[in-house]
Design a protein. Structure first.
Length: 128
């Protein structure tokens, strides 16, 4: 079944963009909310470990303080990625985080729930 791209936006209030950026790109900070263990090789290849499983990605876009994309390297995830975009909301000046990812239609609700859970943890780590 083909995977579909979807996007979710989370309002993070007055979070520090610099702190948020570190949480999205630094291996030690990602271990606080995203994966049990994060290893970086050659500055752009990441290995995410969750209990007994792992996934590898390549960081293919890195626009400091605004956008980072991680392309999955697994064969069953070819041409898919997850991406974070940091925006400042025009009217309120609040920070928003957009998550762009892929899922099959029957897995989309579960994938969104997982992102909501992970971003909830990220917010707590940021003190929001």
């Amino acid at each position: 079944m083909n995977k579909e791209k979807y996007s979710i936006e989370f309002v993070l209030g007055n979070a520090s963009q610099q702190s948020l950026w570190r949480m999205l790109t630094d291996s030690t900070m990602m271990e606080e909310w995203f994966a049990d263990k994060v290893k970086i090789k050659d500055g752009k290849f990441y290995k995410f470990v969750w209990e007994d499983t792992f996934q590898e990605v390549e960081q293919t876009i890195n626009r400091p303080i605004s956008q980072v994309r991680y392309n999955w390297l697994a064969e069953d995830r070819v041409d898919t990625y997850f991406e974070f975009k940091i925006h400042t909301m025009e009217l309120s000046n609040e920070i928003a985080l957009e998550v762009i990812a892929f899922a099959t239609p029957d897995e989309k609700d579960d994938a969104i729930f997982l992102w909501e859970t992970q971003i909830g943890l990220l917010k707590r780590k940021l003190g929001i």
